[in-house]
Design a protein around this ligand. Structure first.
Ligand code: 9UX
Length: 72
């Protein structure tokens, strides 16, 4: 069963930034869908908790060069 994680993404200043974060999240094995909203700085990720842990999702954002804020 998929779970949903929502958190704030810090440091995005243009639409290419949000696309980049979205792509990084969608590339992680176990992620079903990820969407990132530039204006609200919100990331929403549907993932399979048997395959991937929330920490790995956060690390993917950080490795892409952006910050992770509080869960929402
Ligand atoms: Mo445009 Mo977003 O250079 O880093 S992709 S600000």
């Amino acid at each position: 069963t998929a779970k949903e994680l929502r958190f704030a993404v810090e440091g995005m200043t243009c639409a290419a930034c949000s696309s980049r974060v979205e792509r990084a999240l969608n590339k992680v094995p176990g992620v079903e869908t990820a969407s990132v909203n530039l204006a609200t700085e919100a990331a929403s990720v549907r993932y399979d908790p048997a395959t991937v842990a929330p920490e790995q999702l956060i690390r993917a954002v950080q490795d892409a060069g952006y910050g992770v804020g509080t869960a929402t």
